[in-house]
Design a protein around this ligand. Structure first.
Ligand code: MRU
Length: 347
């Protein structure tokens, strides 16, 4: 099993995703600033994994504190929550996990500092473990949409590496494969950071699931050739009406899928659905460093001083989405009502 992130001996251990697929190395973070850097520089990335990293990072910061007063610990905790919430704006799982840690902190504080420290570590570990279970349930619901012999296109990495383990979109693919369906996965390379080529391709090879890597601009042609029966992607934040933010390039795929009559599925946990945001226009879109576009691994690929625009995500309007697959089942249009029903199933 691929281990993305875990708690070990008062430290947070992460697989270094910037080194994959060339090297499989693990990074041990002994202070919370190290975890913040790892989130910012994409050592760990993917919405659910970012949430788990923030929860573990907050637990680490509190655990390392020598402050003996409740007041002092509360001030530190608030600072930690603030600093983690300033890392990556689009993935709502980050804020979801921080809120969960806040509720846990408030409940444990009256029982003293030791209790707070232990409880926060336990909660952060639990968030990671629950995520794997949730992904398995997403996989079970999603595999019903996959038919023996299907060609499946995916974008970015919504796999074990982007989550506590197993994956959302790749969880559906894993689950269909484990059920014995003979599928073939087409992996978009996913410019500019190549999460598809580096991470999804690595995961597919790790699991021996048949897969072919294509560059992003090949998707339309491959669809036209009849090689794709369904598209499945993850999400970083889904608005109440089903509009879904995911890695830049997802929107173009959804439009192409519609033109070719191919179903387009979004697989995500309920914690990725932000019911406080009515539609995709309200989703904050992270813009990342120009270097990601003009360089690759330190090698410059564009002229100096070239103007660059680098939004890390785009929003796919709900009209292009066939269904949203969650741990509580599938929502189909009309999404406003059917997403609410999913939350009702869970509560
Ligand atoms: O910038 P990244 O690599 O964090 O972006 C990741 C994605 O867009 C994933 O598709 C999304 O977080 C879903 S992961 C289960």
């Amino acid at each position: 099993m691929i281990r993305t992130i875990y708690w070990d001996n008062d430290a947070v251990v992460l697989i270094d995703q910037n080194e994959l697929p060339l090297e499989e190395t693990y990074l041990t973070c002994r202070d919370y600033q190290h975890v913040i850097t790892a989130i910012n520089d994409l050592t760990i990335r993917g919405a659910p994994a970012i949430g788990i990293a923030a929860a573990m990072g907050i637990a680490l910061g509190v655990n390392n504190s020598s402050d003996a007063s409740c007041e002092g610990l509360k001030t530190l905790f608030e600072k930690l929550c603030r600093e983690f919430s300033e890392t990556r704006p689009t993935a709502v799982n980050l804020f979801w996990a921080i809120n969960r840690m806040k509720r846990c902190f408030d409940a444990a504080l009256p029982q003293g500092l030791d209790c707070v420290k232990k409880t926060l570590v336990r909660e952060a570990v639990r968030i990671g473990e629950e995520d794997v279970e949730i992904n398995r349930r997403i996989g079970m619901h999603g595999r019903l949409l996959v038919t023996d012999g299907d060609g499946i296109l995916t974008h970015c990495n919504a796999g074990a590496l982007a989550t506590g383990g197993y994956g959302t979109a790749l969880g559906v693919i894993r689950s269909a494969w484990d059920e014995g369906k003979r599928i073939h996965v087409f992996v978009d390379e996913t410019r500019p950071v190549l999460q598809g080529a580096r991470l999804t391709a690595w995961e597919m090879m790790h699991e021996k699931i048949p897969a072919t890597l294509i560059t992003d601009n090949m998707a339309g042609f491959v669809m036209k050739q009849g090689k794709i029966n369904l598209v499945i992607v993850g999400a970083d934040r889904i608005a109440a009406n089903g509009d879904a933010a995911n890695k830049i390039g997802t929107y173009s795929l959804a439009v192409l899928a519609k033109v070719h009559g191919i179903p387009f599925y979004v697989a995500a946990p309920l914690s990725t659905i932000d019911r406080n945001i009515a539609d995709g226009d309200g989703i904050p879109i992270e813009e990342r460093n120009n270097e990601e576009v003009v360089c690759f691994r330190g090698v410059r690929t564009a002229p100096d001083n070239m103007a660059v625009y680098n939004p890390a995500f785009d929003v796919t309007p709900n009209e292009y989405i066939t269904a949203i697959i969650t741990e509580a089942g599938r929502a189909t249009p009309p999404f406003e009502e059917n997403i609410e029903i999913l939350f009702g199933n869970k509560e």
